[in-house]
Design a protein around this ligand. Sequence first.
Ligand code: SF4
Length: 262
Amino acid sequence: MDEPLIHSPVVRTSFAQHLKQEPLAPLRLGKGSGNEKLSKLERRIGKKIYTLTLRAGHDCPFAEDCRARAVVDDKGKAHLEDLSTEYRCYAASLQALRPTMREVGERNSRILHEACHRGVIVGATCLMEAFPSAAAVLRAHVAGDYFSYRYFKAMCLAADRCPELEIYGHTKSLEYVERALEMELIPPNMKLSLSVQKGQAAWATKLRLMAQAQGLKMACAYVLQPTAAQYSPMPVDHDDYLAYTAEEDYALVVHGTQPSRR
Ligand code: SF4
């Protein structure tokens, strides 16, 4: 793995620049204890889980099969915009319905976009300042995805600097994962599930094998309709445990209200 960037002259310059700029507001992490599925997982693994929420659909540059997003009109009323006919993103449905969840996603997204625009080190610093101080688990993300390669690198760097924190979650940003794997930038406490879209199975499998060769935990996750899941030879992840372990490929079942098929 690359020597931690933090000691390089480039990093010192970035920090100096960061200090001269307007300070960023802190990110807001959620608590797994507020979510039925995650609180069960907390009990099962005996660790506290925190969550990072961004904007579903807006912050997902590679989402095709699932894409939906909450859009607020001129009168301040939110509605759901479906951009895919395969299945509807559940997090986007929630963000269209629940202002609090939407606002947290918007706030975190705004802060992280600005931080990563200033640089990878600033993005990583912003993340590290929000991370819990004790050993814990971060579910990144409950909405949204790695919206840029800079952000993905910032998360890798922050994870590398905080080895007591485990970071897990799904991503459709396979392109960024591939670039980071080629540079061996992903630390072992980042456990990713590659959310496989149509035509990506071979690519995702190649990335999983690359990751395993580097000693990382990485799984491919296939989203299936309920009937297909019944006949799937893969285990189905009902409680996030398989996402957390990222040790074997698994299936997820589409849930929430779905748009009518056109
Ligand atoms: S990538 Fe995830 S958060 Fe983004 S639209 Fe798809 S399901 Fe929703």
